[in-house]
Design a protein around this ligand. Structure first.
Ligand SMILES: NC(=O)c1ccc[n+]([C@@H]2O[C@H](COP(=O)([O-])OP(=O)(O)OC[C@H]3O[C@@H](n4cnc5c(N)ncnc54)[C@H](O)[C@@H]3O)[C@@H](O)[C@H]2O)c1
Length: 345
């Protein structure tokens, strides 16, 4: 049995506790939060859980093997570092830290203490996202042209970080998971409407090698909850709508091919009429997807890595790669959408 402590039982913490308590070989035995009401809430649901306002009490408890950090982003580094230094395995919520320097420092601390460091890039554990990756890798869509991602909602407004740091980690981690490599450049524009200086709506363009282009819209200012990814390949196109209960993924046998018209050969083809565009609109297919809660798969993976001394799929380096992209987006945002190149080692 892996005994866990959780630090931060606000909006997201309860989902983590529920999942870790639902799997056979883990139990959340300690919960820390500043807020007395949140501590009483966890106690009502799980009466055996120890509660504290000071997370150091969790670190001093020898019965606790691992800690989940579900506090606001700007606090992740200090708390996660303290946990690793105290010899605990650590799962940190996304994004792993507020800077790449901090992420590198956590990676070093985990190496030194020989403990598991994992970041909750939830969607890399989601069955539809796994299916999308499988479809792209099989070549069914052909060469990927563009990926368009929309993650908008009304709220939840954050106090200290903008909408990019709050919502884009999900799409950045998914993009890198789908394509297998980080972007080479980003451009971001955004605006703050509700809280001064904290952008609540942003549009981001990402360049990947081989001319793959991705676009993201993240916003806390939309009347609709939209979680949609459209992937256009030269053979087929795919739409992944995560708000649907069924048929979350649809593959469209649609495309366009451009051919030279059957007109007398000329040295140059420089008018539109000399080319023929052929549109193809075939079947739509919705692959079967197993219905599993991503957080549960993520929780099982973390426990499995601890028990079997394995490197997580979403380890510290995976967290660092996402933070580097976030930093580049932030730099571009502050400079009116200037193109920021990413150095990828
Ligand atoms: N994976 C996902 O899909 C997902 C979804 C939502 C949020 N998150 C992440 O989860 C984290 C928490 O987000 P949230 O929306 O739950 O925030 P929140 O503000 O609702 O909750 C954070 C809680 O942490 C507590 N806290 C802060 N500092 C503390 C400290 N030093 N010691 C003890 N308790 C402390 C606060 O009192 C609060 O109750 C963030 O990193 C966020 O990005 C992930």
């Amino acid at each position: 049995m892996v005994k866990l402590g959780i630090i931060g039982y606000g909006y997201w913490g309860p989902n983590l506790v529920r999942n870790f308590n639902s799997i056979p070989d883990s139990e959340v035995v300690y919960c820390a939060d500043f807020d007395e009401k949140r501590l009483q809430h966890v106690r009502n649901l799980y009466p055996k859980t120890n509660i504290t306002k000071d997370y150091k009490n969790i670190l001093n408890d020898k019965d606790v093997d691992a800690v989940i950090v579900a506090t606001p982003i700007e606090t992740h580094y200090k708390i996660a570092k303290d946990c690793l230094d105290a010899g605990k395995h650590v799962l940190v919520e996304k994004p792993i830290t507020a800077s790449s320097e901090e992420a590198k420092s956590l990676i070093k601390a985990a190496e030194k203490s020989k403990k598991v460091l994992m970041v909750d890039h939830t969607f890399e554990y989601s069955t539809p996202a796994m299916k999308v990756k499988e479809i792209i890798s099989s070549g069914e869509l052909g060469k990927i042209f563009t990926i368009d991602m929309i993650r908008v909602n009304l709220g939840l407004f954050q106090e200290k970080v903008n909408v990019i740091w709050d919502l884009a980690p999900h799409d950045i981690s998914m993009l890198m998971y789908y394509l297998g490599h980080p972007p080479t450049a980003v451009r971001a524009v955004g605006q703050s409407y509700v809280r001064n200086g904290i952008e609540d709506d942003a549009h981001i363009n990402l360049e990947f090698k081989d001319k793959v282009m991705a676009n993201m819209h993240v916003s806390w200012l939309d009347p609709m909850k939209i979680r949609k990814t459209t992937i256009v390949g030269n053979k087929k196109m795919l739409v992944f709508d995560d708000t649907l209960d069924n048929e979350k993924i649809r593959i469209y046998d649609k495309g366009v091919t451009i051919e030279k018209n059957n007109i007398p050969r000329q040295p140059y083809y420089d008018t539109f009429e000399q080319w023929k565009l052929t549109y193809r609109s075939g079947d739509v297919h919705a692959p079967k997807i197993e219905n599993k809660e991503s957080l549960n798969t993520m929780a099982r993976h973390f426990i499995g890595c601890i028990k079997n001394n394995k490197k997580p799929l979403t380890d510290g380096f995976s967290g660092l790669r996402v933070v580097k992209v976030l930093e580049a987006m932030q730099e571009s945002l502050k400079d009116d959408g200037r193109k920021v190149n990413l150095k990828n080692d």
